[in-house]
Structure formats: structure tokens, C-alpha cells
Write a new protein. Structure first.
Length: 333
């Protein structure tokens, strides 16, 4: 198996484990991992860990690139540069894109360089622009795109860490996803979780919308999208943004993980979830497979994610917010 696998947010806990597994299990692949700023000093512990792991493999098998998902112009430039490298043969055709990068703000709203709410832009909108910009460069026989979902993408699933779950704006106010009203005082934490849940719901809706478009194209119908819920990753460094009590709880969960595994598959380590993610990315058993997964097991998505009208509304809004034009991609608006 040859080709390039692109993974955004490559210095995250799940991404590091995924890169390690890809390089060890599929040595003929080239893995291109993006980080916000590879030259920033001092280097973060997670970036140093990524460099330590990838240094054990032949030069050129792992490539690190700068990509700030908080800048849509940078995402567009990155997609165009990678497309040129694929066209010239400098990079093998894209075998998979793993839309892993994410952020979560639980202490109030934060905004990007584009003046959009950061959780929605980084988690969804930037990936929308990236994926559509790279479709022409994907392997037409077995290209795969994996969106990262979450248990909280479904409004029907209770989030034990928040009083608020996913809820898309109504009455034609989708613009509140990127330009939200101010949080009510004291509600910043729960509203932060809602924004995160909405971004994950948008990822699943994008999977549905793009799959339908690809299946209508004889040239692109072998490119597939899946969305994976990685479960509750107890050793994720993302927990640093949680309340102190929750951080302590997850540390206890990490210590007790061998016991939890006897009773549930929803409590996982980064490597547990990486094994499933790599399967969706590269395992021949998942050739031509589409849909939503809990780990590597099929799981029905939220009911709202199957609502074609709402999916198309989100698609059209993201097309506008991302300043997309028809020539940016090879699927219809």
C-alpha cells in the first residue's frame, strides 16, 4: 500500500498514537502531519514526543508541516501546495485525510484570525475547506477521509460533563455557529461544550453530504468518508482544559483502565482509539465502507445528521464562510 496520509493536529494524543501505528503497520505509506507551528520555541512536550517517535523511521516517511486551522487562507494555501506536490510527483497521491485537529474553549468564547468562533472553525470549517481543496489529489480507487466525531455529537446523548449538548441554531440563524451571541454569565463552561458538540455534529453531517456527492460522480465514487467516535480517551492531553476535578478523575480512570476494559469499550487509551482509527484509514477490510463508527464498529449517527435539508443548509453555510468557489474543488456546491 502506497500513498500519502494527511493527519491534522499531529501533535495531539490520538494523532501521535495514530502516526506511530501507521508508520509501523504500513511502512510504504508517507505520513504528513500538520501542527500549528513546528518552529515555535520552546517545543511542546507533545511535539517533542512526536519527533521522538517519527525519528525511529526512515527519513521522508513522516513529514511535518505548519498549518494553523485558525486561518482559512493558510488552509487554502496548504491545500494548493500539497496538490501541486502530488501533481508533480513530489508526494504520492493522497490515500487518506484524517481530520483530527480540534480545540475546545470551556472558559469563554475565543475567535480565530477570520473572526469566527474558534471551536467551530478549527474542528469543522477548516477541515471542510481542506478536504474539498484536496479531493482532486486523492487516490481515485481507494481514497479515504475520516472525520473525528464524538459521543456528544448526538443531541440525544447526555454529556455527563455538561448541562448542555449539541443544538444547532434554529430559525435561519446558522451564522451563530461562527459568530455566536455572548455566553450568559456562569454558562461559559456548558456553552463551550455545546460549541464542541455542534462542531462534531457538523463533521458527521459533512460526512453524509460529501458521501452523497461522491457517490453521484463516476470519477469520485470510490472515495469514501467515515466519521469515528474515538470514545473517552482517558490519557488525552486535551483534558488540561477541563475543570480540576475532572482532570483528577481522568487520571484515576487512566490508572484503572485495565479494569474498565473488562466492562466497557467506551473508556479507552489513545492507542486503543488509534488502532481503530488506523483500521478506518488503511485496513483493506474497510475498502468502500462509509458511515459513522464507534471505534471500528458501525454506529448509527444522530438522527439530525441524516436530515438532508439540514445537512445541505450546513454545507451551504460553510461554503460561504469558507469563501469557496467552484474551481476550489471537484464536487458541486
Amino acid at each position: 500500500m502506497t500513498g500519502t496520509v494527511i493527519i491534522t493536529g499531529a501533535s495531539g494524543s490520538l494523532a501521535i498514537a495514530t502516526v506511530k501505528r501507521l508508520l509501523s503497520d504500513y511502512p510504504s505509506l508517507t505520513v504528513l502531519g500538520t501542527v500549528r507551528d513546528v518552529s515555535k520555541l520552546p517545543k511542546s512536550a507533545s511535539l517533542l514526543r512526536l519527533e521522538e517517535i517519527t525519528s525511529q523511521y526512515p527519513p521522508g516517511k513522516f513529514i511535518t508541516r505548519n498549518l494553523d486551522m485558525g486561518s482559512l487562507s493558510e488552509v487554502q494555501s496548504f491545500a494548493k501546495e500539497v496538490a501541486k506536490q502530488v501533481e508533480s510527483g513530489e508526494l504520492p497521491s493522497i490515500r487518506a485525510i484524517v481530520c483530527n485537529a480540534f480545540t475546545r474553549s470551556l472558559d469563554g468564547q475565543k475567535f480565530t484570525q477570520d473572526y469566527y468562533e474558534s471551536t467551530f472553525q478549527v474542528n469543522h470549517l477548516a477541515h471542510f475547506v481542506l478536504v474539498l481543496g484536496l479531493l482532486r489529489s486523492m487516490n481515485r480507487d481507494n481514497g479515504r477521509i475520516v472525520m473525528l466525531s464524538s459521543e456528544v455529537h448526538d443531541p440525544q446523548n447526555h454529556n455527563p460533563l455538561s448541562a448542555l449538548g449539541a443544538q444547532l441554531p434554529v430559525n435561519g440563524r446558522l451564522d451563530e455557529l461562527v459568530k455566536p451571541r455572548a455566553d450568559d454569565p456562569g454558562k461559559e463552561h456548558d456553552m463551550g461544550w455545546r460549541r464542541y458538540a455542534n462542531s462534531k455534529l457538523a463533521n458527521v453531517m459533512f460526512m453524509e453530504s460529501l458521501n452523497k456527492r461522491l457517490q453521484k460522480s463516476p470519477e469520485l465514487e470510490q472515495i469514501t468518508l467515515t466519521a469515528m467516535n474515538p470514545g473517552g480517551i482517558v490519557d488525552s492531553r486535551a483534558h488540561i482544559a477541563q475543570r480540576v476535578s475532572i482532570r483528577i478523575l481522568f487520571r484515576v480512570f487512566a490508572l484503572l483502565l485495565p479494569i474498565f476494559r473488562l466492562f466497557t469499550s467506551q473508556v479507552r487509551s489513545s492507542m486503543d482509539s488509534a488502532i481503530d482509527l488506523v483500521a478506518l484509514v488503511a485496513d483493506p477490510a474497510f475498502h468502500s465502507v462509509r458511515g459513522h463508527f464507534n471505534g471500528s464498529k458501525p454506529q448509527p449517527p444522530a438522527t439530525v445528521a441524516k436530515n438532508e435539508q439540514q445537512c445541505e443548509a450546513i454545507w451551504s453555510a460553510c461554503w460561504e464562510w469558507g469563501n469557496m468557489i467552484e474551481s476550489d474543488t471537484c464536487v458541486v456546491k
